[in-house]
Design a binder for this molecule. Structure first.
Ligand SMILES: NC(=O)c1ccc[n+]([C@@H]2O[C@H](COP(=O)([O-])OP(=O)(O)OC[C@H]3O[C@@H](n4cnc5c(N)ncnc54)[C@H](OP(=O)(O)O)[C@@H]3O)[C@@H](O)[C@H]2O)c1
Length: 325
């Protein structure tokens, strides 16, 4: 799947083109990977824009960027052998060639391979770094996370609970909030679609908010600012509400001053050095079932656009969105 044009506003089918191409042959030092799983992530929308961002833009006419998990089918690189399970950034395609740089072998014998795109992959590291390094919650504090049922949010709340905090999620719809409380073990969840986000959040955090993990922006940030305690911390991870359209910003930013808040944005790729510590901590929790995760699986490469739209709009997936290629 190639990027055919840049979207203005919401992404649509017209922005993509599917092409068939002959299977590439690996040259000296190269590896041919059969991509089994494709990860769909909010950052993809930003890469489709013309403008400058924190990472290089997606070029028109090239294979859409994307994290993949797959199996080596042919190797002319001594570091990889046929049958190795590998993670890479091989994009929206069924096979990919790699020179081995950025390709990582993983052990899929004890957790499903797709989990390395979610709970044990980039979204998991994002949640872990953002919560523990940026927000630095202490036991007994209240942590609130928006987009709580998603790939990042679901891990944030569970790690917060493991650290002895009160974890409160914000998610869209009663079903998602049930999932957040009953399956993920959060203490409470606010359904922002019920139409009373400010009041409902206030009621869910009787002791105020000490750490706010921001994934959405707009009205969610406004509601959180009103409830944050003095010296509260905000880990600004994402603002998905604004990725496809402009949304009004909070009108209560003065709380940052009056409450002496710390807001720190972060991009997970700057924290790669923390990945070994993340894996040491989180992999055993996942294997033992102490940290639960869910994945929404879509079938076939043709479903990738719909899957991306569902990630950007919300409402129809829980946990990590992946396409079974
Ligand atoms: N800083 C970094 O390095 C980094 C790395 C990874 C991800 N992120 C950010 O982390 C956030 C979550 O990413 P993810 O991969 O875990 O995605 P996700 O939560 O699995 O999916 C996105 C969710 O966002 C919610 N959403 C979308 N539009 C919304 C709106 N207008 N208002 C409220 N909620 C909305 C939807 O949940 P509902 O169905 O509940 O509405 C949707 O399911 C995103 O902002 C992403 O950009 C940042």
């Amino acid at each position: 799947v190639l990027l055919a044009s840049r979207p203005a506003g919401w992404v649509s089918e017209q922005n993509f083109r599917i092409e068939d191409a002959p299977l590439p042959q690996p040259g000296e030092g190269e590896v041919l990977v059969k991509n089994l799983w494709l990860s769909l992530d909010p950052y993809m929308r930003g890469r489709m824009n013309e403008g400058k961002s924190y990472a290089a833009r997606q070029e028109i006419g090239e294979v859409m960027i994307g994290g993949t998990a797959g199996e080596v089918v042919e190797s002319r690189n001594p570091k990889f052998a046929k049958g190795d399970k590998v993670l890479g950034m091989l994009g929206w395609q069924q096979y990919g060639l790699s020179d081995g740089k950025g390709l990582n072998k993983v052990d899929a014998s004890r957790v499903p391979l797709s989990a390395y795109l979610g709970v044990l992959g980039m979204p998991g590291v994002t949640a872990w770094v953002g919560l523990l390094d940026i927000c630095q919650p202490k036991a007994g504090e209240t942590v609130v996370v928006s987009a709580a049922s998603g790939a990042v949010g679901s891990v944030v709340g569970q790690i917060a609970k493991i650290k002895g905090c009160r974890a409160v999620g914000i998610a869209g719809g009663g079903q998602k909030c049930d999932y957040v409380v009953k399956q993920l073990g959060f203490d409470a969840c606010v359904d922002y679609k019920a139409g009373a986000l400010n009041d409902d959040l206030k009621a869910a955090v009787p002791d105020g908010i000490d750490c706010y993990f921001e994934n959405v922006g707009g009205d969610h940030l406004q509601a959180a600012l009103a409830c944050l305690n003095p010296f509260g911390r905000i880990a600004a991870c994402g603002m998905i509400a604004a990725y496809n359209q402009a949304v009004p910003g909070p009108d209560n930013l003065f709380f940052i001053v009056g409450k002496k808040l710390t807001i720190r944005g972060f991009i997970v790729s700057d924290h790669a050095h923390r990945e070994p510590a993340f894996r040491r901590h989180v992999a055993p929790l996942v294997r033992s079932g102490q940290l639960v995760f869910s994945e929404t699986h879509r079938q076939g490469i043709e479903s990738a656009l719909d899957a991306l739209l569902d990630v950007l709009r919300g409402g129809r997936h829980t946990g990590k969105m992946v396409v079974d290629l």
